[in-house]
Design a protein around this ligand. Structure first.
Ligand code: AGP
Length: 595
């Protein structure tokens, strides 16, 4: 996820672009840049780091420009990999948000044709393709360029000989701002609101042009179209959160896309890691907090799909544990890639002779430099302190790894792998269905959870770690004491705490533990605790439970993804009812860089 903005009008573009980029910084912030054109030339100023690092003194005055704030996916954060990109002759400049899946092949062809590249990014191919096709008609060159691109993109292109910005989108957002004697284009509405509240949302395949006076759009069939003009009533702050009251809720709702982006291009050919290089008979997963819970779910996924034994360690404990004689293949999970405990554990695993792999959301983060292999979750930036979409995408990567290893080990055949892949393909839609109907969750949070002093979460098997994660989320943002347990463990002690004032959230899935879970629910009911059951269909559960939340149909192995979304929403709406500081809970930081 990156933020892009373009301006054309009667006012110097530099400051307008910077202001727009600041409004889009939530979309990425590892580097930034702007390109501005006067009558003869385009000048670019771009740097690694925050927008404030840009020095606009070096930018010529001009009323046309484009800007970019980056969330790195291909090529580490650096000055060279920042946008905008020039073509070879510095006649044109582009900004891009998205991922060009076929960029390696395109770059190869362009290099053979004599183009010189200055970065490791996928995006730079766009500048050189436009240059290759340009023969005086910029719109024609961009049209030919996008016909060559596979993947997702929102792009804006400027040329020193044209007083216009050309744009196009496919699976990445782009919106036009209609001003008075000025027009803008941006990834999101906040970048436009200082100038206008009249916008046009583009659709996939659209390609178009803004000049100072007008906006023209053609659809993917080449027909000129009129996209409806909408009037935005949000404040700038509302708009940055996409109309959601909190980043956390926005990020919960971004999960269908985050899941899709995380398996895109990886379902069949997962070639970021060549597992054939490693002899994997034992896996250890090491992480902290929510990432530890993802690892715990991963243990069930990996053992089921690959038959490989999988162990777990908390990073803060692993570092100081006695060394074992074995050298398991060790997976580190960290959304930030900056957690001191996890980085320390990675150093220790290396010292012990283990081969290591990191799963992280942040390109080139410190953890990635400590390990042999890296796989990125593609969740986009997560601003809320409580991890939501990053947890979900960590699970997606663990499913992908397990399918790959399962095939390699001969534990599953290609037909079984395809069944698993189909489950993954269906997940975004299933999460969407769940998110479209949250009334019951909202109501239970307000009526039952917000007043509780203690809340228990129970599950069995693969949903036991989901219970742990549900409890952690509630503690973090609602400040209510909560504990997650394997359902069979309550009778070994915690029963002493159950009263009619301690709600229990029970995860009940139709798997091989279902009958046992029914028994556990009966035991809890006997202690008169209010029971909230999260299940697949009502089954006989309504007789035993006080409240029921039904998730869409799904196989047990993939159910943690859906169940966890329900528990995220319980935490969110409970905290909301209590008026908590949801995006920045007290005493917590997004990444914990101290031991
Ligand atoms: C998650 O909601 C928490 N903020 C916290 O437990 C977090 O998961 C933990 O600090 C690990 O962070 P990481 O994934 O960035 O390593």
């Amino acid at each position: 996820m990156c933020g892009i903005v373009g301006y054309i009008g009667n006012t110097p573009a530099g400051d307008i672009l910077l202001k727009g980029l600041r409004r889009l910084e939530y979309r990425g912030y590892d580097s930034a840049g702007v390109a501005v054109k006067d009558s003869d030339n385009i000048a670019i100023e771009k740097k690694k780091g925050r927008i404030d690092n840009l020095d606009l003194e070096s930018i010529i005055t001009g009323n046309v420009g484009i800007g970019h704030t980056r969330w790195a996916t291909h090529g580490k954060p650096s000055d060279e990999n920042s946008h905008p990109f020039f073509d070879c002759s510095e006649s044109l400049a582009i900004v891009h948000n998205g991922i060009i899946d076929n960029f390696v092949a395109l770059k190869d062809e362009l290099e053979k044709a004599g183009h010189n590249f200055s970065s490791q990014t996928d995006s730079e191919v766009i500048a050189h393709l436009v240059e290759e096709y340009y023969q005086g008609d910029l719109m024609d060159a961009v049209t030919k360029t996008v016909s060559k691109l596979e993947g997702s993109y929102a792009i804006v292109v400027m040329h020193r000989d044209h007083d216009a910005l050309i744009f196009s989108r496919n699976q990445s957002p782009l919106v036009i701002g209609i001003g008075t004697e000025e027009n803008l284009v941006a990834s999101d509405v906040p970048a436009l609101l200082d100038h206008t509240n009249e916008v046009k949302y583009l659709q996939d395949g659209d390609i178009g042009r803004i000049t100072t006076e007008d906006v023209k759009i053609w659809n993917d069939k080449g027909l000129e179209v009129e996209r409806e003009t909408k009037v935005i009533k949000w404040s700038v702050e509302d708009a940055e959160k996409g109309g959601y009251e909190h980043y956390m809720l926005k990020e919960i709702h971004e999960q269908p896309k985050a899941i899709h982006d995380s398996f895109l291009g990886r379902l069949v050919e997962f070639n970021e890691v060549d597992f054939s290089k490693y002899d994997i008979d034992l896996i250890n997963i090491i992480s902290c907090g929510t990432s530890y819970h993802a690892g715990l779910v991963g243990k069930y996924i990996i053992e089921e799909i690959t038959g490989i034994q999988c162990m777990l360690d908390l990073a803060s404990e692993y570092r100081y544990s006695s060394s074992t004689e074995k050298y398991p293949f060790t997976i580190f999970i960290s959304q930030s890639g900056e957690t001191a405990d996890t980085i320390g554990a990675a150093k220790e695993a290396k010292r012990r002779g283990c081969k290591t792999l990191a799963i992280t959301n942040v390109l080139d983060s410190s953890l990635t430099r400590e390990v042999d292999e890296v796989i990125y979750t593609q969740a986009g930036p997560e601003i809320g302190v409580a991890a939501t979409k990053t947890f979900t995408t960590q699970l997606i990567v663990l499913y992908l790894i397990a399918i790959q290893l399962g095939l390699r080990k001969g534990k599953i055949l290609i037909e079984q792998a395809e069944t698993y892949r189909n489950e993954l393909r269906r997940l975004p839609r299933r999460v969407e269905v769940l998110l479209n109907d949250v009334d019951a969750i909202q109501d239970i949070s307000e009526r039952v959870l917000a007043d509780a002093g203690d809340i228990f979460f129970v599950g069995r098997n693969i949903n036991y770690p989901v219970a742990l994660e549900g409890a952690l989320k509630l503690k973090e943002i609602a400040y209510i004491h909560a504990a997650g347990y394997p359902a069979g463990e309550l009778k070994h002690g915690p029963f002493a705490l159950l009263t009619n004032k301690t709600p229990v959230i029970a995860i009940c899935i139709k798997d091989h533990t279902f009958e046992k879970m029914l028994g556990n629910i009966g035991e809890i009911a006997a202690r008169e605790s209010p029971i909230i059951c999260v299940c697949q269909e009502e089954m006989e559960l309504e007789k035993l439970c006080d409240e029921i939340v039904v998730i869409p149909e799904i196989s047990p192995l993939f159910s943690p993804v859906l169940i966890n979304v329900v528990l995220q929403l319980f935490a969110y709406y409970t905290a909301y009812n209590l008026g908590r500081s949801i995006d920045k809970p007290r005493n917590l930081a997004k990444s914990v860089t101290v031991e």
